[in-house]
Design a binder for this molecule. Structure first.
Ligand code: NAD
Length: 667
């Protein structure tokens, strides 16, 4: 059968043979056993709902084995034999071109070259799922292939509930992931309800079909590092020869050296796992590998002396580097950490004084002792960082819970008020005020032809639009425009495409809409050969309510609410999004954040032009209005400017209160 026939068939009509477990694949970790005997039976009953009765006896035994072996029922038998990757849009069977674009995006998220654990339908972050099992994938693709532009597919945490009549104006797909009754959102609730097959963790762009590989994180990290340097250097002072010390060369932390090279500094990335460091070196993401501390010290001294731009991977523990650099009096301009401290006791953080292997043994054989070692190490790391910051180092938390876990370990990281941390998070100091509050965020697009030439054309169009906007832009956002112009003009040579022909570009409301409109016109004229999908990371201006990350620079007490993300997804859905998604937990963990996003297909039509203007405007200005209501200066500036440009926009503005009004009120 051809690819198209297999998609249209959906769940096969006769039971295909059982598949061998792929031993050589990169599999998801075994999930912990959490269900009672009765709940296990419920999980099997739930899984069998997808299949005819006469298969139940055979499949029940197989699914019980999967549950026992892997802690989940993935239904490996139903994984299709065809290659899964973002094919050119014309290769998908479809009655709706927009549905075909969604199929392409789903397949990209499951492409083994892109996805972390493709067999278990996990795109990234260890548990960021596109679907819970292969039956859901197969059914969803069949629905997408057969649906019209007057139907909407509703997806509940990977499960396709079905096609419902709607209209051309409505989204083709509505996705929810992990939405729980608020009291049932603890980490073990995910373990239990995911094992039962009724919910999943969609991360940010995994369950919303918008992942574009490591490119997204490189751009965000480069912007963060460049702006952090601007905070510490004199205007026009070069970053060459200045030091950025950090840890982690893993999944996303591995972007740091590449971002450091783009920013033009000396990056030192400590990594305890030699395999992770070597992999990044082989991929060209870090320039040099060093495994001896003395060699690191002399290499850093020579790089500083020669004002080099270079990235160095040190195979070893970052705590040793912080301490030795203090002893050597090596001045660190920027310091951060991207070990996986959202997962401190099971391999996210390796304590100093133990080898990588010793740690791995200790964490499974004596977890209590291991926990103590991690906490001791965090106290030592914080003490060494404090010595550097006293000498002038700028240290920031990188959204990995470093300060949170260090504080829980009793490290000296609390501010005088004993409520806040001594050091800011990257959103509080950098991305929030410099980007999100002005509306700049990780806008992205995918060329559905699959042709590199189309991507080149979109890069050129975006560059032209950005240059035009910059020539009129106020001084407050000149720097952001300049950074994005540099990024897009160098994007192709940085060779960042993995999987679909995609590009990320931090742009504001005006930039996003103008670039999108220019793409739509180029599709209409045939300059671009096929539709373009627009989207963004959920880690953005309006999409995400996350008190320890995206909304950590909201100081009116509302950072623990999630109204903004909900308004965003509802507002986008009736303004023209092709699909919308809302998730619990992306980035910082289940129960800690609500995040949403959209996808929009540009097909060169008049409707696309109308929809993009309406929806992209709301998608960004929703968040700016909320940030301005929270009294953030930059957002107040941006929303007032937008109201001048757009008379139909009327946002409630805050009256600012003088400090003295509050003095002696409750004495
Ligand atoms: N700020 C952001 O935009 C952002 C983006 C992505 C990830 N994050 C956070 O950053 C963290 C890292 O993400 P990841 O995908 O790279 O995780 P990862 O687990 O793949 O990589 C972390 C690496 O740190 C290494 N490591 C642990 N302890 C160490 C130590 N003491 N010294 C040296 N190396 C050590 C590990 O060996 C591992 O390779 C996560 O907590 C994630 O949530 C933040």
């Amino acid at each position: 059968m051809t690819f198209k026939e297999l998609i249209l068939k959906g769940i096969p009509t006769s039971l295909s043979p059982r598949k061998e477990y792929k031993v050589d694949a990169d599999h998801a970790p075994r999930r912990k056993e959490i269900l009672s005997l009765e709940e296990k039976k419920l999980a099997i009953r739930n899984a069998l709902r997808y299949f005819p009765k006469d298969w139940h006896s055979e499949l029940s035994r197989e699914f019980a084995e999967e549950l026992k072996e892997y802690g989940r029922i993935y239904m490996f038998r139903f994984k299709p034999d065809y290659k899964i990757y973002a094919r050119p849009i014309s290769e998908y069977p479809a009655k709706s071109l927009h549905a075909a674009a969604i199929m392409l995006m789903i397949q990209n998220n499951l492409d083994p070259a892109v996805a972390q654990h493709p067999e278990e339908l996990i795109t990234y972050g260890g548990n960021g799922a596109v679907f819970q099992n292969w039956a859901q994938y197969v059914l969803t693709m069949q629905y997408l292939a057969t649906m019209t532009n007057e139907q909407t597919l509703h997806i509940y945490s990977g499960h396709p509930m079905g096609l419902f009549p709607s209209s051309k104006e409505a989204p083709r797909v509505v996705v929810t992931n992990g939405m729980m009754i608020p009291n049932y959102s603890k980490p073990d609730d995910w373990e239990k309800y995911n094992a039962l097959g009724v919910t999943q963790y969609g991360q940010m762009t995994a369950g919303s079909y918008m992942y574009i590989g490591p490119q997204g994180i490189v751009h965000g990290t480069a912007i963060t590092v460049m702006n952090a340097f601007r905070k510490v250097l004199q205007k026009d002072e070069s970053t060459a020869g200045k030091i950025f010390l950090t840890a982690g060369l893993g999944g996303m932390s591995g972007a740091q050296p590449k971002a450091g090279n783009i920013a033009g500094c000396i990056t030192i990335g400590a990594e305890v796992n030699p395999a992770a460091a070597k992999k990044r070196h082989e991929q060209g993401w870090v320039d040099e590998l060093i495994d001896k501390m003395d060699d690191l010290v002399s290499r850093v001294k020579s790089a500083t002396k020669n004002n080099e731009t270079v990235s160095l991977a040190f195979i070893g523990n970052v705590v040793d580097v912080w301490e030795r650099f203090d002893a050597e009096n090596i001045f660190i301009h920027l310091g951060s950490d991207q070990t996986s401290l959202h997962n401190p006791w099971a391999g996210g953080y390796y304590p100093v004084g133990l080898s990588f292997e010793e740690s791995n043994t200790l964490m499974s054989e004596n977890p209590e002792v291991f926990k103590k070692k991690v906490q001791e190490s965090l106290r030592r790391q914080a003490a060494a960082i404090n010595k550097h910051t006293e000498k002038g180092t700028y240290f920031f938390d990188y959204g990995n819970a470093f300060l949170l876990e260090a504080s829980r370990a009793g490290a000296d990281v609390m501010a005088e008020n004993q409520i806040d941390f001594k050091y800011p998070s990257y959103v509080q100091d950098i991305l929030g005020p410099m980007c999100f509050d002005y509306g700049f965020g990780p806008f992205r697009w995918v060329c559905t032809s699959g042709c590199a030439e189309d991507l080149q054309k979109t890069d050129a169009i975006a560059l032209e639009v950005m240059e035009e906007i910059k020539s009129q832009a106020p001084k407050e956002i000149q720097q952001q425009m300049q950074d994005n112009i540099k990024w897009i003009s160098e994007a192709e040579q940085n060779k960042l495409v993995v999987g679909s022909q995609a590009r990320i570009l931090y742009a504001d409301a005006e930039g996003r809409a103008k670039i999108a409109e220019a793409f739509n016109q180029a599709i209409k004229s045939g300059e671009i050969s096929a539709p373009v999908v627009l989207g963004r990371d959920h880690h953005d201006v309006s999409g995400t309510d996350s008190p320890f990350r995206e909304t950590s620079n909201i100081y009116d007490g509302s950072k623990f609410t999630a109204d903004m993300a909900i308004h965003n997804v509802i507002g986008d859905s009736f303004r023209g999004a092709t699909w919308v998604s809302i998730h619990n937990g992306g980035g910082v963990g289940w129960g800690e954040v609500i995040n949403g996003g959209f996808g929009m297909v540009l097909d060169g039509s008049e409707e696309a032009s109308r929809k993009l203007k309406n929806m992209l405007f709301y998608d960004v200005n929703n968040g700016i209005s909320r940030r301005s209501w929270a009294r953030n200066d930059e957002a107040l500036f941006a929303i007032k400017r937008e109201m001048q440009r757009t008379p139909e926009l009327k946002v409630t503005l805050p009256n600012l209160v003088e400090d003295e009004v509050l003095e002696n009120l409750f004495d």
